[in-house]
Design a protein around this ligand. Structure first.
Ligand SMILES: [Zn+2]
Length: 220
C-alpha cells in the first residue's frame, strides 16, 4: 500500500485539528514571554507543587487565602525574566505594584522561584539568593505562626541581605554581607528604591529591628 501523500485532504484536516488542539498550550508560553504581572488563585496543578513542601500537612492557612503571582524582574545579568511567588491575598496587589515599579527601574532580583523548588528548605533557598514569601511552619517550639506562614512576609535577595542575630547568620554563606558598612550588589538600605516602595505600601522592614537584623525581610 502507498503512503498517503501530504496534500491528502484527510491528512491536512488531521494536521489542522492537531494544531487547534495544541494552540491553547502554546499560547500561554507566548503570552508569558512578554512582561507579565498577574495574580491567580492556587490551581490544582500549583497546589500539587506546594503540597507537603511550603504547604505542609498541618497548614492552618486555607488555600483560598493564598495567591500565585507571576512577575517580571531583572536578574543579576540585567536580563528580564519571569518570576513566581506565593503570597497571602491581602498583599498580592501591593506586591504586584511594587514589582512593577522595580521592573520599570531595572532593580535586580537575582531569582524568584517557588521555595518548593528547594523543597521549602529556607536555608537552601536563601543560599541560592532566591526571593520568596509563603512557607508554612510554626515558630520552633510553639504554636505561633511566622508571618511567612501566612504569606504576609517576603524575603528579597536573601544571600546579600542575611538574617543576623548575635553571631548567628542565615544563610551561612551570607556572613560577609552581615557587615553593612560594606558596599555590594543587591544590598537593601534604608531610603533606597526597594525600601521606599515597601515602606510606602505599609510594610515593616526587618533591617530596622533592634534585637536582631533581618535585612531581607519585609512584612505586613
Ligand atoms: Zn523573612
Amino acid at each position: 500500500m502507498q503512503p498517503m501523500p501530504d496534500w491528502n485532504p484527510v491528512s491536512l484536516c488531521r494536521k489542522a485539528i492537531l494544531l487547534l488542539l495544541l494552540l491553547p498550550f502554546s499560547l500561554p508560553s507566548l503570552y508569558l514571554s512578554a512582561q507579565t504581572f498577574r495574580i491567580d488563585t492556587i490551581s490544582d496543578a500549583l497546589f500539587q507543587r506546594i503540597w507537603e513542601k511550603s504547604y505542609k500537612r498541618d497548614c492552618t492557612v486555607p488555600r483560598s487565602e493564598l495567591r500565585y503571582l507571576q512577575v517580571a524582574h531583572y536578574n543579576g545579568e540585567g536580563k528580564a525574566v519571569q518570576g513566581e511567588i506565593v503570597c497571602n491575598k491581602a498583599i498580592a496587589n501591593d506586591l504586584i505594584q511594587i514589582f512593577k515599579e522595580l521592573y520599570q527601574n531595572k532593580y535586580p532580583i537575582e531569582r524568584m522561584q517557588l521555595i518548593d523548588d528547594y523543597d521549602a528548605d529556607d536555608e537552601r533557598s536563601m543560599e541560592a539568593n532566591n526571593t520568596s514569601c509563603f512557607n508554612f511552619r510554626f515558630i520552633a517550639g510553639s504554636t505561633k505562626l511566622s508571618n511567612h506562614s501566612r504569606g504576609m512576609a517576603i524575603d528579597i535577595n536573601p544571600l546579600y541581605n542575611p538574617y543576623v542575630r548575635g553571631q548567628r547568620v542565615q544563610p551561612k554563606q551570607g556572613r560577609p554581607y552581615a557587615d553593612r558598612s560594606r558596599r555590594f550588589d543587591y544590598k537593601i538600605e534604608r531610603g533606597d528604591l526597594l525600601w521606599c516602595l515597601f515602606t510606602e505600601h505599609g510594610f515593616r522592614w526587618g533591617g530596622s529591628w533592634r534585637t536582631l537584623k533581618d535585612w531581607q525581610h519585609f512584612e505586613k
